[in-house]
Design a protein around this ligand. Structure first.
Ligand code: ZN
Length: 71
């Protein structure tokens, strides 16, 4: 059923996935990266995997920039 849906980025309108007639909104990788970059570092750490990455719904993994070694 997901093949009926084209997911477009709600921020820049770029197609994210799919080619179907129905339109759903998501977020593309570049917008997700700029969005995540603006989130508080502490929040990102709280949702990050143990290896310091955040996995988006699309399966793309973003590495959280770390400017210190908090361990
Ligand atoms: Zn976008």
């Amino acid at each position: 059923m997901t093949e009926d849906v084209t997911v477009v980025c709600a921020w820049c309108n770029e197609r994210v996935s799919g080619t179907g007639p129905l339109i759903s909104h998501g977020i593309c990788v570049s917008c997700a990266e700029s969005f995540i970059a603006r989130l508080p570092r502490e929040y990102l750490r709280s949702i990050a995997e143990p290896d310091g990455t955040v996995t988006l719904f699309s399966g793309h993994r973003l590495v959280i920039p770390s400017d210190d070694c908090a361990k």
